[in-house]
Design a protein. Structure first.
Length: 290
């Protein structure tokens, strides 16, 4: 499924915990590109001794993965971290980018750092954002599995369909429980289409029912669906942060997709304020497969 991962290592997360949380065997992981990006100080050379220490630490951490039977390649790059990591993803043609997020700052309530945010805005590959605890462990779930119960928000856009294809692969691999969720966007419906809400509700429930039946027929765990009304980002975050779910799988862009804006407003809110891991799926581009 994800034979080659690019793991953006900030050297603060425990590699063994990351791998355990991902459960690489179920994902079909065969190779990991373990990378760290160093941003050079302005108008100053980078101390080579400093780089050597980082390389040694990366090699040590790579050994942890090798010991678990996962082929690991180390990459230490310099430059603007977000851009450097994205370039590595292209160089190695990875199936998915994996990165942890410890940050709590900047915008009030933000749970994502600037590097992660930069990557999400430009990625053309699925990107797995793991919420890291203060100790460097992945998430807060005691069973260390990200696919116990998956939340799949959809606006039925082309990008959401791409996310569904990936969701199907993950849900069947883990036999995971899935909740499919659609929000009637208040901003699009009020005030002129409010009278059509019952019809929209019927149509969208029928679409979600078909997706549910498809997942269950192909080996996923028990699936359900919900339809709500309001501001999509708010409704999705209410569910995602309820404690019931262990993973969100969603598209990066919605119906308002603009080519130059890869991270839509709803995905933006989930990235900043969601408290559980999220796989963001971009619109598929020619020559890039996963």
């Amino acid at each position: 499924m994800f034979e080659k991962l690019l793991l953006a290592d900030d050297l603060r997360s425990e590699i063994s915990n990351l791998l355990a949380y991902l459960n690489g065997e179920n994902l079909g992981v065969r190779e990991v590109i373990l990378c760290h990006a160093v941003s050079p100080p302005k108008d100053m050379p980078i101390d080579q001794g400093f780089l050597s220490k980082i390389e040694a630490e990366l090699d040590k951490r790579a050994g942890t993965l090798d010991a678990k039977g996962v082929k690991c390649k180390v990459e230490l790059v310099t430059g603007e971290p977000g851009r450097a990591i994205l370039e590595l993803a292209e160089k190695h043609n990875v199936s998915m980018i994996v990165m942890g997020s410890h940050h709590r700052g900047g915008l009030r309530g933000s749970l994502i750092g600037s590097v992660s945010y930069s990557i999400l805005h430009e990625t053309v590959r699925p990107t797995f954002l793991l919420r890291m605890g203060s100790s460097g462990s992945a998430g807060s779930s005691t069973d260390k599995t990200c696919s116990r119960h998956i939340l799949y928000p959809t606006d039925f856009s082309e990008t959401a369909e791409e996310a569904f294809l990936l969701l199907e692969r993950i849900a069947t691999a883990y036999k995971a429980q899935v909740t499919l969720f659609h929000v009637h966007d208040k901003a699009r419906i009020d005030p002129y289409l409010r009278h059509m809400l019952p019809e929209f509700d019927r149509e969208d429930k029928e679409r979600l029912k078909r997706l549910k039946e498809h997942l269950e027929a192909n080996g996923a765990g028990p699936c359900s669906f919900q339809v709500s009304y309001g501001v999509p980002a708010q409704r999705i975050l209410q569910l995602a942060n309820s404690g019931e779910y262990s993973l969100v799988v969603m598209g990066c862009q919605g119906r308002g997709f603009i080519p130059e804006i890869y991270l839509g407003s709803t995905a933006n809110a989930v990235a900043r304020c969601g408290e559980i891991p999220v796989i963001f799926v971009p619109r598929r581009r020619q020559g890039i497969g996963w």
